[in-house]
Design a protein around this ligand. Structure first.
Ligand code: SIN
Ligand code: FE2
Length: 203
């Protein structure tokens, strides 16, 4: 039995196959306008294994020189991010229990070897809205802990169509992706995992 922090919700199979396929089409259209790029860590410039893009009025980016931040344009094309699709706004309105819509949707693409180290989402100006995240494609091993890096963590699988809500005291919980399980979903024909993270950034 997993023990989750207060305010943390895992909604397995929230999106059925038809909804996953429709959402994937929306994401393809976003990536066509705002291509996936390889972000780099602050200071060291070490490249992340996850490729990223965004939709929304603000997008989360990172590079060697300027570090983690939100900005309203794609760092490579210089163009504004495409809007958040209606399907994701509907999802947010159903699960976030928050009066305002999200401003940012980070699109993460994991190939078979990609992972994401334990971190907190704390580049936003306010933390009263939850972080809502959707998984598509291959399963992953997700890890969540407490608000201190040294707190104990719980690991479990996220499958295509699962939704996770980091709300309440879990809004600032450490979390990460330890590994991808290749070949566990037929959704993406070349494999891999897409994670969509919806966030409110400003007040
Ligand atoms: C993230 O924390 O940005 C990604 C989480 C995930 O891929 O499930
Ligand atoms: Fe995160």
């Amino acid at each position: 039995m997993n023990v989750f922090p207060e305010g943390f919700r895992h909604l397995p199979g929230y999106l059925d196959e038809a909804a996953q396929t429709a959402l994937l089409d929306d994401i393809r259209a976003i990536v066509a306008q705002a291509p996936l790029y390889t972000p780099a860590m602050p200071r060291t410039g070490k490249e992340m294994s996850v490729r990223m893009t965004n939709c929304g009025t603000l997008g989360w980016v990172t590079d060697k020189e300027r570090g983690y931040r939100y900005q309203d344009t794609h760092p490579v094309t210089g163009k504004p991010w495409p809007p958040i699709p209606a399907s994701l706004l509907d999802l947010w309105r159903s699960v976030a229990d928050f009066p305002d819509d999200p401003e940012a949707c980070l699109v993460n693409f994991y190939d078979a070897r990609a992972k994401m180290g334990l971190h907190q989402d704390r580049d936003e100006q306010v933390f009263d809205a939850p972080v809502v995240s959707v998984s598509l494609g291959d399963a992953c091993l997700f890890r969540v802990g407490g608000t201190k890096r040294s707190d104990p963590t719980t690991s479990f699988r996220l499958e295509s169509g699962d939704v996770v809500v980091l709300g309440g005291s879990s809004r600032l919980a450490f979390h990460g992706v330890d590994r991808i399980y290749p070949g566990t979903s037929p959704l993406l024909k070349n494999g891999g995992r897409i994670n969509l993270t919806l966030r409110r950034v400003t007040t």
